[in-house]
Write a protein that binds this ligand. Sequence first.
Ligand code: DP6
Length: 366
Amino acid sequence: MSLKEKYLKEANGLKKPGPFTNSHQVGWRSPSNIALIKYWGKKADQLPQNPSLSFTLKNACTETIVEYSSHGKEGLQLDFYFEGKTNPLFETRVMKYLKSIAAYLPFLDQLHLKIQSKNSFPHSSGIASSASSMSALALCLVQIEKELFNTLEDANDFLRKASFLARLGSGSAARSVFGEYVTWGTSNFIDGSTNEAGVSYTIADNNSLLTLKDAILITSKEKKQVSSSSGHRMMQNHPWADARYQQAQANFGALNNAIITENDEKFISIIENEALSLHALMLSSDPGYSLLIQNTWNIIERIRKLRETTGTFVTFTLDAGPNVHLIYKKEDNDQMKDFIQNELVQYCENEYWIDDEIGTGPERII
Ligand code: DP6
């Protein structure tokens, strides 16, 4: 049985919560994640065309608090606050999302929700927040289910349903529900992997790739011209689509191998290939577009030069935007701080960058 079938079946028991008075609060802090094997292209129902692999960040997070009460009528009621203020645009989007998942959480129809959400990073920093925000919200929703119906006692069941629901809000959010390395999408290499939810990708405790740092170099704080949703849509008629999905499968297998064997050189060559291939797909879409700017290339050049001259483990990846994720090992932190300060901040907007690293995943705050 697919997860979709299972959750729809279970939803029959989630229609009417027992009577409760007053309002209750739940809250989760959930991090963003950065993909090393990219999800770019999806099928109906927000299912990915290829498996992706990411690591979850530690510092770039969304904190969401949901206060729920019973209003005794039919029809979900929502008040949404972003960073302390009402936000009609976000409220409309969240309402649309909640309605789209109502079949899995039918009790929402009886509730009034007051949702307060805020990010640990500035909203206008050019950082995608859909992964952290949708995963934080999905975790709150399954927490409410758990409190009202005494379901999802098992932590794995709880996280799997949160990941399934987060995916329906934003594909990459399916991965943020788990810490460290995470995969999403069916793959021969990962037991239990599925297109419907993220799965933890566990590696040995002493693997040095478990303690990577990610300095997010903000080259532009502007809102991007073409959204990820449009980019995914353009993959439907993309002339390279089939080749891309094959490339992603091959890179996924090769990266899995490179991580397990701690083959740094392979790791670097695969993740850079994925980052640049993602942007090549945008360039060759119809219409073609580029989200990269000159300073993205300036930073990439400096990173490659440092690697060539010193042999240090230093590499990069990109998400759907012009900012560069500088990836390095914790043991090289001092050297890299100097490198960022002396050579890279000049290419960042207002010298702004975010010091981040692999994190352990979401935390319950209420
Ligand atoms: C380039 O998850 O933002 O960051 O599912 O439409 O919300 P939607 O798209 P989104 O796409 C992320 C694309 C990416 C690669 C990745 O995170 O795997």
